[in-house]
Design a protein around this ligand. Structure first.
Ligand code: PXG
Length: 321
């Protein structure tokens, strides 16, 4: 039964999704409403592929080249050949933003193994599928800026000798299960531990704590080499905040002065409780506040411009025109 024939279904159906805009798929820009991949795509059948989540602020794409570099690293790790150079992928992303008239927005860059036979053997997939979806700012997830409540998930972050947590793969099921656990337990996010029990990261964000001694982030062997995380470590240097990358435990988290998660979508979000323990004063701490402000400044002040630079003004007969 379709929505047209059932008034009950029509009433309960969610509002129509915006399908305007242009998506890059199968080597061309297409109307979003027509953009599709094959049901034989191994990205769908086996989660065989990699992706990036990127943001544009103020007409520029933040850390575009770094995201594309990480995409190629993820692809290399899974022996996936991207049928473009990194420069070409950057240009496709910029063009996708232009065609969608993006000033501030969210970019999803996906590379799948492409269509093949049933069966996991990637040799049946002849060409990787490159997809670029661009959406305006409002469509992305917004975390409360006054802080979130976090629980520790029973699901461990992928072991480093399984699918490396450094690979930003299309296989997020472990993290999805942790997220469901957070939902079930009424929390905003879940913290995931590594195989040894050290803190790894949150489900789609890296994790930091602030102690009396320093700002601490777990080394990246057990988590995604987050680009926001990298940026914040530089921000800390600029703010004269001592930052260290070293393993820490849940005890360190529960007794931290401050904690926050960070990622492209969430930016920097204070954590006000973990497993029912209030972190610090239960509000947004002073170090986190400074980092949030500096990060907001950073993302709005650099990145690859979406629009081409205006032609240089020329001198004609001694006058600048
Ligand atoms: N850890 C994991 C597991 C992630 O998936 C981050 C950390 C943060 O990395 P960046 O480079 O963004 O600072 C991520 C990022 C989404 C979405 O739509 C997910 C991510 C990024 C953007 C959007 O859920 N993952």
């Amino acid at each position: 039964m379709t929505n047209e024939t059932s008034p009950i279904l029509r009433e309960e159906a969610p509002p129509a999704r915006p399908t305007d805009g242009t998506v890059y798929v199968s080597g061309a820009f297409r109307p979003a409403a027509d953009a599709a991949v094959s049901v034989f795509d191994h990205g769908l059948l086996y989660g065989d592929g990699v992706f990036e989540g990127i943001r544009a602020y103020n007409g520029r794409i933040f850390k575009l080249e770094r995201h594309v570099e990480r995409l190629f690293d993820s692809a290399k790790a899974i022996r996936l050949e991207i049928p473009h150079t990194p420069g070409e992928v950057c240009d496709i992303v910029v063009e996708a933003c232009r065609r969608n008239e993006i000033h501030d927005g969210y970019i999803r860059l996906v590379v799948t193994r492409g269509p093949g036979d049933l069966g996991i053997d990637p040799r049946t997939c002849r060409r990787a599928e490159v997809i670029v979806i661009v959406r305006p700012q409002l469509a992305i997830y917004r975390a409360p800026t006054d802080g979130i409540r976090v629980i520790t998930s029973a699901f461990r972050r992928n072991a480093i000798d399984a699918t490396s947590p450094s690979i930003k793969s299309l296989n997020y099921l472990n993290n999805v299960l942790a997220r469901i656990e957070a939902n079930d337990r009424g929390a905003d996010e879940a913290l995931m531990l590594d195989a040894q029990g050290y803190v790894a990261e949150a489900t789609v964000d890296n994790f930091f704590i602030v102690t009396d001694h320093a700002l601490l982030a777990p080394p990246t062997a057990t988590n995604l080499k987050g680009i926001t995380r990298e940026a914040l470590l530089s921000v800390a240097v600029g703010l004269n905040i001592r930052a260290e990358e070293r393993p820490f435990t849940l005890f360190d988290v529960w007794t931290a002065r401050e904690a926050f998660i960070c990622g492209t979508a969430a930016e920097v979000v204070p954590v006000i409780s973990v497993d029912g323990r209030t972190i610090g004063s239960g509000g947004v701490g002073p170090v986190t506040s400074r980092i949030v402000a500096a990060y907001h400044e950073l993302v709005r002040s650099q990145g690859r411009p979406i629009q081409p630079a205006p032609p240089a003004r020329e001198m004609v007969a001694g006058y600048r025109v």
